[in-house]
Design a protein around this ligand. Structure first.
Ligand SMILES: Nc1ccn([C@@H]2O[C@H](COP(=O)(O)OP(=O)(O)OP(=O)(O)O)[C@@H](O)[C@H]2O)c(=O)n1
Ligand SMILES: C[C@](O)(CO)[C@H](O)COP(=O)(O)O
Length: 289
């Protein structure tokens, strides 16, 4: 029935999903941690594209409250906006949501309540890990075998336009192993010596040429094998580990950029919520959603 979360029937996909949940043991319970909606896409196509949405963060920088992805934006949980944004893309036939550890059941209920009209995209929920990269790795592990293009998208970027999602997916499908949406940097950026003394002014060591800098967003798109290899081989902490493309770069694989979008900004601090509410209100007034 459209709009009802269903268990995946026993199939090769089912086997992949259940196998994938076990590495961390962090799912609420193996029998109940993976839920899906009926899919519409052509899984036999040459490039089945799935989105992994890490949504397991606490949102410490946003301040006290529920996990960030579950906080309301325009009266609807941020995660729901993010899932809708990815599910609206024609390229995406499966969305894997990586929810806060121990809260997968709540996430499933929440998506069930809000995604009734999205009867065309399969949505799976698994539990996340202690870090963003742990959560992404658990999301990748939950992908069925026929997926060969993966978009990794922060739940914390709920307002990404569908055109940005499509552009990233199209570039991977056209042959790029790793694709990142990006914008020019508007502030001048200073490099400092890390690990300075607390309370002391930080000395600046360099001012990188701003014209050569880009601020990168999500969704970041990958050939599945490249993304999987990066998460297997590259240390998930330290230099280059704050985004998935950085890990792919460490493999020596080329990463290319497509234009990002201002509205794909990351909700990190309280002022970002003010902006997100304003963008959403404008969209609802002009586009009706
Ligand atoms: N253990 C974690 C940490 C983060 N994320 C996800 O990664 C994305 C980007 O992370 P960020 O914006 O830093 O979110 P939080 O970690 O929640 O924020 P904070 O660092 O302020 O706590 C978010 O969608 C977040 O839910 C995740 O899935 N698992
Ligand atoms: C992946 C990312 O959104 C790209 O800009 C960013 O690196 C995530 O950083 P965070 O500190 O985990 O929010």
């Amino acid at each position: 029935m459209p709009g009802t979360l269903l268990a995946i029937p026993m199939s090769s996909k089912d086997t992949n999903l259940n196998t994938a949940m076990s590495p961390s043991g962090s799912s609420d319970s193996p029998a109940a941690s993976v839920e899906t909606r009926p899919g519409h896409s052509d899984p036999s196509g040459p490039h089945r594209c799935a989105a992994v949405i890490p949504a397991a963060g606490r949102g410490v920088r946003l301040g006290p409250g529920a996990p960030k992805a579950l906080r309301a934006l325009g009266g609807t949980p941020m995660l729901v906006h993010a899932v809708r944004a990815l599910a609206r893309a024609r390229a995406v036939s499966l969305v894997v949501v990586v929810g806060p550890p121990g809260e997968a059941a709540q996430v499933r209920t929440l998506l069930d309540d809000h995604l009734d009209h999205l009867d065309s995209t399969e949505v799976v929920v698994v539990s996340g890990g202690d870090t963003r990269q742990d959560s992404v790795r658990l999301g990748i592990a939950a992908l069925p075998g026929d997926v060969d293009v993966v978009l990794v998208h922060d739940a914390a970027r709920p307002l990404v336009p569908v055109d940005t999602v499509e552009a990233v997916a199209a570039a991977v499908r056209a042959g790029a192993p790793a694709v990142v949406p990006a914008l020019p940097v508007t502030d001048t950026v200073k490099q400092v010596e890390p690990g300075g003394e607390p309370g002391r002014p930080e000395p600046v060591v360099a001012t990188p040429e701003r014209a050569a800098l880009r601020a990168v967003q999500t969704p970041q798109g990958f050939d599945r094998r490249v993304l999987t290899e990066a998460h297997e081989k590259v240390p998930a902490a330290g230099e280059g580990a704050t985004d998935d493309a950085g890990m792919v770069e460490r493999l020596g694989v080329e990463v290319v950029l497509v234009p990002g979008h201002e509205e794909a900004f990351k909700v990190t601090r309280p002022l970002d919520m003010v902006l997100a509410e304003a963008v959403l209100a404008r969209r609802r007034a002009t586009d009706g959603f």
